[in-house]
Design a protein around this ligand. Structure first.
Ligand code: OAD
Length: 321
């Protein structure tokens, strides 16, 4: 996985170019396009889970203690201090277990149930799309899962799926504390000293008995799962793509972000949903025929998808097709 800044080289001329027929944020026009779209792709990022209370990786939510969250997502950081990396991921595991899928996750899951030709690629490792009952065959978790555990020994292929232990092990209990009355968690205060967690306090791999266990997420510099990548490529090549949603992602991490251009080349119009999507600085990304909605994904997706998924019932469920 590479972190490459998005290309900002578009000319000023293209920056205000838009669909000749409708403004980029016209919901009625979008509904018409959606109704005539069959093969639909989505790329989701941390912003999809923001309204479930989970922090993003960059921007305001991007710091954990005094660490840049993206700096902790590396093999190097794990080799230097596995304990601090594990505390960061344990905290995320705990938060995501307490969080609930939001209306954005539910709306995408409902779209998948109604349209077998919809494929959702998520960079999120929080399991919220799965908990919203997004059909597994239509969901590719590009960056793995917080609830998969792997061996840190590169020559060992041990993996445990769906480990929801909280705390993951006794030494990581400080990351799973719920403070009374919304008081801040001491662990999050960079001035609060945390006890160093040694590698001997982290469970060993039961298979090779050499490596220590690590989160089953993809770190910077690591490859995405090869079979999953082949499945995605095959899906993309099979037929043209009508529409691609880019939801709550800064699209700075590759190869995930590269699917946007690939889908465009396969014919897709791009619809971006992100509070920043309509900012002046983002306008150059909106090409003729594209849509951009500068809104919260959880609030916006049910409205955008309504012609296909209907309105939710009073429990926030879209029901079965
Ligand atoms: P980022 O933190 O880079 O971007 C989150 C995006 O969500 C930003 O563009 C925000 O503007 C947007 N956003 C914030 N609140 C939103 C809301 N309510 N609705 C919609 N959008 C909102 O997160 P990602 O793009 O997901 O990898 O980051 C990609 C990868 O980098 C992550 O998967 C992670 C990280 O390193 C791993 O940890 C494996």
């Amino acid at each position: 996985m590479d972190s490459t800044p998005a290309d900002t080289s578009a000319s000023a001329e293209t920056s205000t170019t838009n669909h000749p027929m409708a403004p980029h944020n016209d919901i009625e026009a979008f509904h018409q396009v959606l109704k005539s779209s069959r093969r639909i792709l989505a790329l989701c990022g941390a912003g999809l889970s923001a309204s479930s209370g989970l922090p993003t990786f960059r921007g305001a939510g991007g710091f954990w203690r005094n660490y840049d969250a993206t700096q902790l997502a590396t093999v190097r950081a794990f080799k230097m201090d596995a304990g601090i990396v594990w505390l960061f991921y344990s905290y995320r595991r705990h938060l995501a277990l307490k969080a609930e899928p939001n209306m954005g996750h539910r709306a995408l899951a409902a779209l998948a149930r109604r349209n077998m030709d919809f494929l959702c690629l998520t960079q999120n490792v929080d399991n919220l799309s799965q908990r919203a009952e997004h059909p597994s065959s239509q969901l590719k978790s590009l960056h793995g899962s917080l609830y998969d555990i792997k061996c840190s020994n590169e020559s060992c292929d041990w993996i445990q799926k769906g480990n929801f232990d909280d705390p993951f092990c006794a030494a990581l209990a400080p990351a799973s504390v719920d403070m009374p009355n919304g008081e801040p968690l001491p662990l999050l205060d960079p001035y609060h000293r945390v006890k160093h967690i040694g590698e001997d306090e982290i469970p060993k791999c039961p298979q090779c008995k050499k490596g220590i266990q690590r989160p089953g997420v993809v770190w910077f510099g690591e490859d995405l799962d090869a079979n999953m990548m082949m499945d995605i490529s095959a899906w993309m090549r099979a037929e043209p793509i009508d529409l691609m949603f880019v939801i709550g992602t800064s699209a700075q991490v590759y190869p995930a972000a590269s699917y946007i251009d690939k889908a465009r080349k396969r014919g897709a119009r791009i619809v971006t949903i992100n509070p920043e999507a309509e900012d002046e600085a983002e306008m150059y990304k909106i090409k003729p025929g594209d849509f951009a909605f500068g809104r919260d994904a959880a609030e916006c997706l049910p409205i955008l998808l309504e012609p296909v998924i209907g309105k939710p019932d009073e429990d926030g469920e879209f029901g079965m097709p």
